[in-house]
Design a protein around this ligand. Structure first.
Ligand code: SF4
Length: 163
């Protein structure tokens, strides 16, 4: 069966840094849930991060691949360096995906962990750039096809073709 790793906040879990969820209402999600295709994780919480927590961004306009290669850091708005926790979060997500047989991931965009289309530039001013968060990068490097919530219709097409 095709299985899909999904960001917990998209499933309505209040796990974001600000203590909120960002639920995605889409009939395919409800159907996939009934079919047992969804594997839900909040990578950051899996690495022990609390709710709420200070917002964090990948510093200096870099991306998740840079963090994984050791050339970029993830910093909180308060200045704390949370790079190691974000890498642990990405490893947890990849391990869960591999152990549960997920070949796709549906992740919320903009997050320094889950972002797959865009992330923020590290200045905490709302400026975006194209790129992966750390978890999205880890999953993509392992061959898992990552989609943002804005691309769910494209994901639906691919899952339907393979099912
Ligand atoms: Fe949502 Fe991912 Fe951030 Fe967890 S790490 S709150 S699942 S965007």
């Amino acid at each position: 069966m095709i299985k899909i790793l999904v960001s917990a906040c998209l499933m309505g879990h209040a796990v974001r840094y600000d203590g909120k969820a960002k639920p995605l209402l889409h009939p395919a999600l409800e159907r996939w849930q009934r079919e047992g295709r969804l594997v839900t994780i909040c990578p950051e919480m899996s690495a022990g991060m609390k709710v709420p927590r200070p917002p964090a961004e990948i510093a200096a306009g870099m991306n998740g691949e840079d963090v994984l290669s050791g050339t970029a850091r993830v910093l909180e708005i308060t200045g704390g360096d949370v790079t190691d926790g974000f890498i642990e979060a990405a490893d947890n997500a990849l391990n869960l995906a591999l152990h549960s047989g997920c070949t796709f991931a549906l992740l919320i965009d903009g997050s320094p962990s889950c972002g797959s289309g865009f992330i923020y530039d590290g200045a905490f001013t709302g400026v975006r750039h194209a790129g992966h968060g750390v978890t999205a990068a880890r999953l993509a490097q392992a061959g898992i096809k990552v989609f943002s919530e804005r691309d769910i219709d494209r994901l639906v097409e691919q899952v339907d073709v393979l099912s």
